[in-house]
Design a protein around this ligand. Structure first.
Ligand code: GDP
Ligand code: MG
Length: 177
């Protein structure tokens, strides 16, 4: 960290996908900078953030891509998916529709990405438990059927955010290296 002469052994590209307002940008802010902003603006311009970590004594730079307001169906371009070795498929656990849309996001992802891509289904906003619209079991069942990792997170409270990203990155490492 902070050592610009640091030797990077691997760079892993991970993409964030899912409907607008599910918390993708805040998950990224929490993971890369340990920040959260309530007044989160629609993402414009910023393509990705990086975070360097050590896995198995190797220096791994994760390059996490965030959609720049392209969440409309089929608006995400193939350049976004190109080279991705991991994906976070994010829904808002208080919005049933954002979970129902996971099927088509997954379809789009599988249509564009490498077949060995590591995918984590993420149910975000777990801090809003009383407003839950997606039972954990429904998501678990979907994840199992589609062969995805699954975790419920809160970018606001920093619950499971690091674990979710680290799980994906470690699994990528295990597959590739
Ligand atoms: P994106 O469109 O998917 O990038 O969503 P944003 O990251 O911009 O978040 C959309 C809204 O949800 C913002 O008002 C965030 O403050 C809020 N938000 C994001 N993550 C959480 C969370 O974990 N809990 C709660 N309560 N709100 C969140
Ligand atoms: Mg965003």
């Amino acid at each position: 960290y902070g050592d610009y002469n640091q030797k990077i052994d691997y760079v892993f590209k991970v993409v964030l996908i899912g409907d607008s307002a599910v918390g993708k940008s805040q998950l990224l802010a929490r993971f890369s900078r340990n920040e959260f902003s309530v007044e989160s603006k629609a993402t414009i311009g910023v393509e990705f953030q990086t975070k360097t970590l050590i896995i198995d004594n190797k220096t791994v730079k994760s390059q996490i891509w965030d959609t720049a307001g392209q969440e409309r169906y089929r608006a995400v371009t193939s350049a976004y998916y190109r080279g991705a070795v991991g994906a976070m498929l994010v829904y808002d656990m208080t919005k049933r529709q954002s979970f129902d849309h996971m099927t088509r996001w997954l379809e789009e992802l599988r249509g564009h990405a490498d077949k060995n891509i590591v995918i984590m289904l993420v149910g975000n906003k777990s801090d809003l438990g009383s407003l839950r619209a997606v039972p954990t079991e429904d998501a678990q069942e979907f994840a199992q059927r589609e062969n995805l990792f699954f975790m419920e997170t809160s970018a606001l409270e920093a619950t499971n955010v690091e674990t979710a990203f680290l799980t994906v990155l470690t699994e990528i490492y295990r597959i590739i290296c």
